[in-house]
Ligand binder design. Structure first.
Ligand code: SAM
Ligand code: SF4
Length: 328
């Protein structure tokens, strides 16, 4: 069985948010004072494993574990261990802020995680603190180096550049990636959730980033295709690729191959829309029967939106939920 949506796109990739909680409060992702979900409304680790298994029975081959900060979820090791045993999964990946990687890298490697994305917005401890509000740069750098030592196949840094904050660090971040044989992606800030500032005043366009990068590095367009939102460029004489994730300057929805499951069991069919199906009632009302869940997921393919429509000129965010709710 295979998930095909109304626009004939094959969905074989899911992103699963295992918690809305986080040890950071990045300014573009969360408000300073967050109220997190009561635990009873969040999928248990067993329920998450069950949902992932059901998706694999519908042809999904790849899962990314995300959040909130996935590695702060209690007993997260158990989840990685159990999904590491699902034969139908070709790939398990993770997006993390890196704060827990010093102690978790070996566990992840043993569970079969081969590639990880680590968010790193600044190499300056003061700017890092401004951006993450509660983050400690040194802890993240230690985490990155623990991950390098463990030897994942690929580590990619994710960076959101913001005007008057970390925009000027573009070269130092790329040089850091080159030095340690990492890839790095620049993500345009998306209007997800209300922020304490006007996103228009901070948003940086990836077309401008590309021009800046070309001033210092010899780039050639890479032909790797991930069906994902990034355009990739190789930097000559290095092992590093630069990805540009550009929801504003380039619409990447045509090849969308993914859906997202929130920690509350909501199946979000597009990051930029509220269109969703609530899987929790089906999970909890039919603990021993996956058929209703499967049917709901199959039916959801008829409502997956064609594309997002992010517009920073809009007074309201595209969707009112933060990225930490849906899962990045
Ligand atoms: N806590 C983990 C982390 O920071 O990597 C995983 C979850 S986080 C929501 C996933 C990614 O989403 C991070 O790279 C973060 O920078 C990005 N992100 C969060 N809010 C965003 C926004 N409004 N626009 C663009 N990227 C955003
Ligand atoms: Fe936490 Fe990641 Fe959101 Fe930052 S981007 S607040 S680390 S979930």
């Amino acid at each position: 069985m295979q998930l095909i949506d109304q626009f004939n796109r094959k969905i074989d990739y899911i992103r699963v948010s295992v918690t809305d909680r986080c040890d950071f409060r990045c300014v573009y992702c969360m408000s300073e004072k967050m109220t997190f979900l009561p635990r009873s409304t969040v999928l248990s680790l067993e329920e998450i494993e069950r949902v992932i298994k059901v998706f694999t029975e519908l042809g999904v081959k790849k899962v990314r574990i995300t959040g909130g900060e996935p590695l702060v979820r209690k007993d997260i090791d158990k989840l990685f261990k159990s999904i590491g045993r699902i034969d139908a999964l070709d790939e398990i990946t993770l997006t993390t802020n890196g704060s827990q990687l010093k102690s978790k890298s070996m566990m992840l490697k043993k569970a079969g995680v081969k590639r990880i994305n680590i968010s790193l917005d600044s190499l300056n401890p003061i700017t890092f603190k401004k951006l993450t509000r509660t983050g400690d740069l040194q802890k993240v750098l230690d985490g990155i180096h623990a991950a390098i030592d463990v030897g994942f196949d690929k580590i990619k840094l994710n960076t959101v550049l913001m005007k008057n904050l970390n925009e000027e660090e573009i070269y130092s971040l790329v040089d850091y990636a080159i030095k340690y044989y990492l890839d790095i992606s620049f993500i345009e800030e998306m209007p997800l959730g209300h922020t304490a500032y006007d996103r228009k005043s901070t948003s940086v366009n990836n077309d401008d980033i590309l021009l800046k990068l070309k001033e210092k590095y010899l780039l050639s367009k890479s032909n790797i295709s991930t069906s994902g939102p990034a355009e990739y460029f190789s930097i000559k004489n290095t092992q590093t690729k630069i990805g540009l994730i550009s929801p504003h300057s380039h619409n990447f929805c045509e090849n969308c191959n993914r859906v997202r499951i929130s920690c509350k069991g909501e199946l979000f069919l597009c990051l930029g829309h509220d269109t969703k199906i609530d899987l929790m009632p089906l999970i909890r009302s039919f603990p021993n029967n996956d058929e209703p869940l499967k049917e709901a997921i199959l039916n959801s393919m008829s409502i997956k939106p064609k594309s997002h429509n992010f517009d920073l000129a809009d007074a309201q965010p595209a969707v009112v939920r933060f990225m930490s709710h849906t899962g990045g």
